[in-house]
Design a protein around this ligand. Sequence first.
Ligand code: PLP
Length: 464
Amino acid sequence: MASSALQISTAISSSSSAFLGHLPTTTNNVRSSKVFLPARKHVACKCVSAPSAEQTAYKTKVTRNANMAKLQAGYLFPEIARRRSAHMSKYPDAKVISLGIGDTTEPIPDVITSAMAMRAHSLSTFEGYSGYGAEQGDKKLRAMLASTYYNDLGIEESDIFVSDGAKCDISRLQLLFGSDVKIAVQDPSYPAYVDSSVIMGQTGLFQKDIEKYWNIEYMRCVPENDFFPDLSTISQADVIFFCSPNNPTGSAATREQLTQLVQFAKDNGSIIVYDSAYAMYISDDSPKSIFEIPGAKEVAIEISSFSKYAGFTGVRLGWTVVPNELLFSDGFPVAKDFNRIVCTCFNGASNIAQAGGLACLSPEGLKAMGETVDFYKENTKIIVDTFNSLGFNVYGGKNAPYVWVQFPGRSSWDVFAEILEKAHVVTTPGSGFGPGGESFVRVSAFGHRENIFEAARRIKQLYK
Ligand SMILES: Cc1ncc(COP(=O)(O)O)c(C=O)c1O
């Protein structure tokens, strides 16, 4: 074996396959091939449920958290990165285009980075230095978030908790709710809701036959129901994770649909955790915040992020709104407990990132973010037009940077493998987002324009 590389199998353990949906069965799949990957990459992408090949002989006496053992394979996106690496090892000369993970690609507007640079430099001065900030975030930023995104919706500065991103707040919210709640998720949906629920011990084991965890309510969102669940078939859940515009389907719920959802939560005494990470991508009159719906403040929390608006996926800045009207069954304010969680688990967002957040919300910053979003929306149109011209059923794209393409009767991992193998384009298999995503792939519009055109050209070539 070469000293700089570890020979590993790209196969994942059978216990991990169910979460990742149906794995490719075709001969050109990468599942069973032996490839050489750089050792560093192997470490970064190893599966959760499979023991590491580099285990030491010495074992501690600490029992593994049984909830961790319930998780199916690695988190979806590291798994895709692993397959991308395997593909690049197999085809070292191929120019692989990644429209998979959904990471932003365009530079952060200068008006925003200049403000962060200034703040960073000021930390070298006695006047400008600051250490720990408020766990809830800078007061001015909280006030600007309230006035920019929730003006006239009755959301106050004190309802807003600035964070290091929406994904981190999903886990902090799970910690807030504890292990005794039952969650509902859109099926398909962003995997962090389900995985954090499993880790918290809210679920039973993964049921391989139906590809669902016991004690999670999967709300099927498919073209037949316009990607909005039939609420009359949904059994009671304590916490409803609802993402609009949805990742991965790209579909945004209408005002009428969200009014139904709020009423459903009220009727059942549930709390909605509304993920609006893509709200700036909305092109039609769909609500950008759950708090546009009357009565939502009594039943909803909203999480959001600068990641996909300003290219802050690496900078890390988001926020969570917990209205003071939202109460637990004993009348205790949810915000007070969330504040306690934040003060315990978090020491506040980076002061440099928060300076960037303030710049994002300045008039120039808002304009620059709008231009970034418009750039990705133009990419989306190119991808939608490409698949439409090939006769596919294409969803999403209008209100989100994701295009959801249907391949009827086919396994989404097979399609993922086919597009990677033959076009050297990375997509995301729909079944990785839940069983309702089977036979779809998600194509992300985050990419440089020339890569989007090239990917479109290769996909046309593949499916013409
Ligand atoms: C629906 C959804 N929520 C949250 C996140 C994570 O956002 P952040 O970068 O702020 O952690 C993502 C990232 O892709 C997402 O798609």
